[in-house]
Design a protein around this ligand. Structure first.
Ligand SMILES: [Zn+2]
Length: 277
């Protein structure tokens, strides 16, 4: 039976109104990458570029232990013991790297040249030119250090690297804010709106409970069709085994989280010209 949380209604709805207003004003909202006065801009961009390489796949297989209503049609649900996969396929290869024939996972991701046997980070030497000017693969040497960087005695010594993805999984605690979205809203607008609201709320959670950026993760799920409407889920993931207990407190104090999110957005708007928000 859902537990009403009337205190949260006005504040969460205000977040929605704020972002809707910004979007319709044509200011081009994008991901909100944290407070600009905490770190140099370059550091922020580098940190988020690397973090964005990791894709998160929550499996919706946990046990739901709490439900709350936050405003008309918005719902919060907290689950425990949910399996979450983190997938890192590396950076997108540059056109000249593809043209040079470097090993890649697929055309959109380079992967990592790790040896699954010895664990070394391998390298692919550049192809050598033969007498006719064509390319051929470098010849492996039978003695001396391995051409590709395998450890001594590795069963795959002398074998060229294959690109691999990195995968991790854990049993995590997940708090989802489930929100209906208008049918006429296209996918890029849903993404812009969802990421902006999600990161603003994440910052609200981090500030209210003085959390490090690594302690909670945010993932936008959907949109998907449910009955006559579409909905998205803003998933906040506590990746530590068994959970730290913060998500339950965040759900209880969601009105405070929304208040801080609004303050953060107001602060950004005040600091930046409208076209740069
Ligand atoms: Zn090896």
């Amino acid at each position: 039976m859902p537990t009403a949380l009337p205190r949260g209604c006005a504040e969460v709805s205000a977040v929605w109104r704020f972002l809707s207003r910004e979007r319709t004003a044509g200011s081009g909202l994008r991901r909100v990458p944290g407070s600009a006065d905490e770190n140099p801009v370059l550091d922020e961009e580098e940190r988020y570029a690397a973090k964005d390489l990791v894709e998160v796949y929550p499996q919706w297989d946990g046990q739901v232990v709490g439900r709350w209503n936050v405003g008309a049609g918005w719902a919060l649900r907290r689950s425990v013991g949910e399996q979450v996969f983190w997938l890192n396929e590396g950076f997108k290869p540059k056109p000249k790297e593809l043209a040079a024939g470097i090993p890649v996972l697929h055309n959109d991701a380079k992967g990592f040249l790790l040896c699954p046997t010895c664990g070394s980070i391998l390298t692919q030497p550049p192809p050598q030119k033969d007498e006719k000017g064509g390319r051929r693969q470098p010849r492996t040497r039978s003695s001396g250090p391995d051409l590709y960087g395998h450890r001594e005695g590795c069963a795959r010594a002398g074998l060229p690297p294959l690109a691999q993805a990195l995968v991790a999984s854990n049993s995590a605690e997940v708090l989802r804010l489930i929100v209906p979205v208008p049918d006429e809203m296209d996918e890029s607008a849903v993404n812009t709106w969802g990421y902006s609201l999600g990161y603003a709320l994440l910052i609200g959670m981090q500030r209210l409970f003085v959390l490090d950026v690594s302690e909670l993760e945010f993932e936008l799920e959907g949109p998907w069709k449910l009955g006559t409407h579409r909905q998205v889920s803003l998933a906040f993931i506590d990746p530590s085994l068994g959970g730290t207990g913060y998500l339950r407190r965040i759900a209880d104090e969601f009105h405070q989280v929304a208040r801080i999110a609004i303050e953060h957005l107001d602060h950004l708007t005040a600091r930046a010209p409208a076209t740069a928000v």
